[in-house]
Design a protein around this ligand. Structure first.
Ligand code: FAD
Ligand code: SIN
Length: 533
């Protein structure tokens, strides 16, 4: 059994910022970070547009960023959390600049603040079109300064350890579920190890891989959310899945789909049909820069009515030098598939991008399970409500990483690590004979979710999805019980859980709101507030 004071699952913005803040204040604590592939393979590394924060107080103010976030969230944000993240966000961004993060500046040597959908002001700090790469680089370099943080790569966390593993019955109604650590599969030795800790932080990111088209890298399989669900922790708002309006349309099956950042529209690009006709004015006065739920739905509708496989982004009128300066990677990618953005329209389609629901936490990142925190995309903190405002996600990861460290250092000395925990119960005796069964089920899952639980939903589609998911669930549980574990099998199980939760929550919301649009209930009915699971 491996013991730590603080165990963090995930090495993206949320996990590493928690580790760094805690290590800075308490060099005496043993901090372990587990990550299922290599440290920098995270959603964080893929972020393009930037990080939203009120930077220029002459032209912007907290109230305006708060109002934009609440407006995008369509009535379901927690205003107190929104204020916390936006007000504290400024100092967190200053801090990562002190740690070495570079953001682009203009000719006056001031930060070049970009614009994205739903923002009423230019307030996005960015590094070219690879801001996430720069933030990951900064945090990955910074964390190495601390001897008391060890990062274990290629460790796949399987389950949160609670009283259940000590032989006690645990249900959703159990008032004091406690976390003692996690079981994790060492992908190199193929052994399952027990990691005991005083506190555990889940920072496992999103779950975009439940859909056929997604901007999320293959690590985004919702493991942390599924683990907390199995441990009977509280989740909320899982029906709110954000589709980014503009993933690059290609003829090859890329996974993930390449994103054309919303910052490109913030820079002046315009959404058009193949024929070059503008259409966004029919849906929102903010046109191409309306919030994402509105733009993605408009594109989906236009594609269906016109029978087109994609819509387009027109960049031909933009300043070429400035465009190349801002978006070198997007330009390069378009050119690599034979599209010259200065000559041609860029073909785009919506793709699954972000999950707004997740592990329910309070204002200090505490989950409903004792000793268990959660941060980043795997959470539902109340910031995003029914639809996340662009570039608020990296900010949330930094703010909650810092808040969780405060709660940890205030309480860790009163907590203990369990001396003894049972080994993982090795079920199954044989290696899975046919890996193809796992990959095939994953493909089926993506089809079900894309066809029936996408941007536009109906009761019939949701019911159909649930029936098919039940079949996949039973087949997968059968393999799980009878064969030796593999990360692929565990990811499939987690993805089926996430798909079930998205569908089930969608079925219980009898209204359309934010990212959840059901044509059987096209209006807001103020039917329910949050959907808890
Ligand atoms: P991640 O960065 O995804 O990190 C998750 C970590 O958990 C990884 O280390 C992973 O290996 C680990 N992990 C997962 N499961 C397990 C397991 N079972 N065992 C062990 N380790 C595990 N947001 C913005 O604010 N601005 C943007 O411009 C922006 N652009 C984006 C562009 C793209 C293409 C994408 C995909 C997302 C973008 N986002 C953006 C969203 C943002 O990047 C993510 O929401 C955010 O980075 C999530 O950070 P995180 O720390 O929660 O998770
Ligand atoms: C983008 O660059 O369009 C993504 C921004 C985000 O998801 O917040």
């Amino acid at each position: 059994m491996q013991k730590s004071d603080v165990l963090i699952i995930g090495s993206g913005v949320a996990g590493l910022s928690t580790a760094i803040y805690t290590a800075m204040k308490r060099p005496d604590l043993q901090i372990t970070v587990l990550t299922k592939t290599n440290e920098r393979k995270t959603n964080t590394s893929y972020a393009q547009g930037g990080i939203a924060t009120v930077w220029n107080l002459e032209n912007d103010d907290f109230e305006s960023h708060i109002a934009d976030t609440l407006d995008a969230g369509d009535g379901l944000c927690d205003p107190r959390i929104v204020r916390i993240v936006i007000e504290e966000g400024h100092d967190r961004v200053k801090q990562i600049i002190e740690w070495g993060a570079r953001f682009d500046k203009n000719e006056k040597n001031k930060y070049d603040l970009g614009r994205e959908g739903g923002h009423s002001k230019n307030r996005i700090l960015h590094y070219k079109d690879i801001t996430g790469w720069e933030i990951q680089r900064t945090l990955s370099d910074k964390v190495k300064e601390f001897d008391n943080v060890r990062i274990l790569e290629h460790y796949f966390a399987l389950d949160v350890i609670t009283q259940h593993h000590l032989g006690y019955s645990v249900t959703k109604a159990t008032p004091d579920i406690r976390c003692f650590g996690v079981y994790a599969f060492d992908k190199q030795s193929h052994k399952i190890e027990t990691f005991a800790a005083k506190v555990t932080v889940i920072a496992t990111g999103g779950a975009g891989q439940i859909y056929r088209a997604t901007t999320n890298p293959v690590i985004a399989t919702g493991d942390g959310i599924a683990m907390v669900y199995r441990a009977k922790g509280r989740l909320a708002n899982m029906e709110f899945v954000q589709f980014h309006p503009t993933a690059l349309y290609t003829l090859t099956d890329e996974n993930p789909d390449f994103l054309i950042s919303e910052a490109v529209r913030g820079f002046g690009a315009i959404l058009k049909s193949k024929e070059g006709e503008e259409f966004m004015h029919k849906y929102d006065e903010r046109k191409s820069l309306a919030p994402r739920d509105i733009v993605a739905r408009a594109i989906d509708y236009e594609m269906k009515v016109r029978g087109d496989e994609y819509m387009c982004l027109d960049c031909r009128h933009l300043d070429q030098k400035k465009f190349l300066d801002h978006f070198p990677n997007i330009y390069k990618k378009c050119k690599s598939i034979g599209i010259d953005p200065f000559e041609q329209l860029i073909p785009v389609v919506p793709a699954c991008h972000y999950i707004c629901g997740g592990i329910r936490t309070d204002d200090m990142g505490r989950s409903s399970i004792q000793n268990l925190y959660a941060a980043g995309e795997c959470t539902n903190t109340g910031l995003h409500g029914a639809n996340r405002l662009a570039s608020n996600s990296l900010l949330e990861g930094l703010v909650f990483g810092e808040r969780i460290h405060r709660d940890i250092i205030a309480t860790i000395d009163q907590r203990a690590t369990k001396d003894k925990l049972p080994d993982w119960d090795i079920r199954g005796t044989t290696a899975p004979k046919e890996m193809v069964l796992i990959t095939q089920s994953w493909k089926e899952l993506k089809e079900i979710m894309s066809n029936y639980v996408g941007i536009v939903r109906t009761d019939v589609r949701l019911r159909r999805a649930l029936n098919r998911l039940n079949l996949l669930y039973n087949e997968t549980e059968d393999i799980y019980k009878n064969s030796i574990l593999s990360p692929q099998l565990c990811e499939l199980r987690n993805l089926i859980t996430i798909a079930y939760l998205v569908t089930k929550s969608g079925m219980s919301r009898k209204e359309s709101r934010g990212l959840h649009y059901n044509t059987d209930y096209p209006n807001h009915f103020d039917f329910i507030d949050q959907t808890y699971l």
